[in-house]
Design a protein around this ligand. Structure first.
Ligand code: HSE
Length: 421
């Protein structure tokens, strides 16, 4: 596409769409123009000339002078149809639609192979942080040991506001909505769906894995209580919703999206409000930390802009870990050190734990810290029910081969007391 004029058909003019329109106006050097914007509701007042807008998607998809479709609408199924038609009609596509990408990843990979056209979506994960291109290009050969990330701006914003500024959950969520960080259905944010959707395709770029949502254990932040935050403070931790993928010694990958206690010297502790962050640990580069705004109009538009710009030189994702390396495999055969808080002893199956290192039985809100096999969490629902809150401890992963040594030490310390009175 080098030397080609970039003529854009834009789908969606919400928080992100309007942001894309504005940043393109401020970057004339890119020589990219929006020819038409397809919107659903023609009656809304918009800050752009009326003649730009249409409700007829064919005007964009069938216009041969439009060579790029930028898709930033909410509806994941409608978005997939737009992307599919655009690629089949010979147009490059830029999208920010994480739900659509996560739900249609295998089909989108096939479409890219069949059409040999670019489909870029840097804005779909961590907004302004160029995480996908880094995973694709920079970590092509260096062995990725782990990625730990905060990938949802709204939940990080809410956690910051309630635990540091003592706002109520409801008010913090309202602010996240007003500032344009939250999804139009905010349960996608607070129940962890948005984060796990992003994690699905980040795992493809990092490790060549194409997981289904059901393959990944995940939860959101709605179960975290003020009491949990007090325990975190007592222990010198903060609480974050963390997406993690770690390569185990058997070469398989442990991956999940769960709340975690984070030590204050961990770079993730530093991430506040709508910011996102990614800590990548690799064999040769060691630890690197990427930090930036993970939600909001301009930060998201900046990543869309960067994708549009990359289309000038016909940049495509190669999915190197998937196609050029031996793809990795997910596993649930490992253990996690977890903090569980709850109201009733009967709500937590203590016998499922390998060891229990802390019991706090005599408080109104009870809690324990123990080690449990991950497969047991994956197959169970008790930790999502009855007001139970599960938060992983710092450095939560324990490999199977380490478990007997850790259990032995735990027993020697006499920590498995069952004072369930
Ligand atoms: N609702 C998303 C978030 C928007 O809060 O991270 C950016 O993907």
């Amino acid at each position: 596409m080098q030397h080609k004029k970039l003529t854009i058909g834009l789908f969606g003019f919400g928080v992100v769409g309007e942001g894309v329109y504005k940043v393109l106006q401020q970057t004339p050097s890119l020589q990219a123009t929006i020819k038409k914007v397809c919107i659903r509701n023609p009656n809304k007042i918009r800050n752009a000339p009326d003649e730009l807008f249409t409700t007829d998607k064919e005007l964009l998809l069938e216009d041969p002078s439009i060579n790029i479709i930028v898709e930033v609408i909410n509806d994941a199924d409608a978005a997939y149809k737009i992307v599919r038609t655009a690629l089949l009609n010979g147009k490059a596509v830029v999208s920010a639609n994480k739900k659509m990408i996560a739900e249609h990843l295998p089909a989108l990979l096939s479409l890219q192979e069949a059409t040999e056209l670019p489909f870029l979506y840097e804005a779909a994960a961590c907004a302004s942080i160029p995480v996908i291109r880094n995973l694709e290009e920079y970590y092509d050969n260096d062995l990725l040991r782990s990625i730990r990330a905060i990938v949802n701006g709204s939940t990080n914003f809410i956690l910051t506001k309630i635990f540091e500024e003592r706002l109520s959950f409801k008010d913090a969520l309202l602010q996240a909505q007003q500032l344009g960080f939250a999804e139009s259905d905010p349960t996608l944010d607070i129940d962890g769906f948005d984060a796990v959707n992003k994690w699905i395709f980040l795992l493809t770029h990092a490790y060549g894995i194409i997981p289904n949502q059901a393959d990944l254990v995940f939860s959101g932040i709605t179960k975290i209580t003020l009491h949990d935050s007090h325990v975190a403070t007592q222990k010198g931790y903060t609480i974050k919703l963390v997406a993690q993928a770690s390569k185990l010694s058997n070469g398989k990958v442990a991956a999940f999206v769960l709340p975690q206690f984070i030590k204050m010297d961990d770079p993730l502790a530093f991430i506040k409000n709508e910011y996102n962050g990614v800590v990548i640990e690799s064999a040769f580069a060691d630890k690197q930390f990427f930090y930036g705004k993970g939600a909001g109009s301009f930060p998201t538009a900046s990543a869309v802009l960067s994708d549009i710009s990359a289309l000038r030189y016909d940049y495509r994702y190669e999915y190197k870990k998937l196609y050029h390396h031996q793809p990795n495999e997910l596993t649930n055969d490992f253990y996690v050190r977890s903090y569980i808080s709850f109201d009733e002893w009967g709500d937590v199956p203590h016998d499922e734990f390998e060891s229990i290192d802390e019991w706090h039985a005599n408080e109104e809100r009870k809690y324990l810290v123990g080690i449990i096999h991950f497969k047991k969490l994956q197959e169970a629902t008790w930790w999502k029910e009855n007001n139970v809150s599960l938060i992983l401890m710092p450095e939560p992963l324990i490999e199977s081969m380490e478990i007997s040594r850790i259990k032995k030490r735990s027993l020697q310390l006499g920590t498995k007391h069952m004072q369930t009175s």
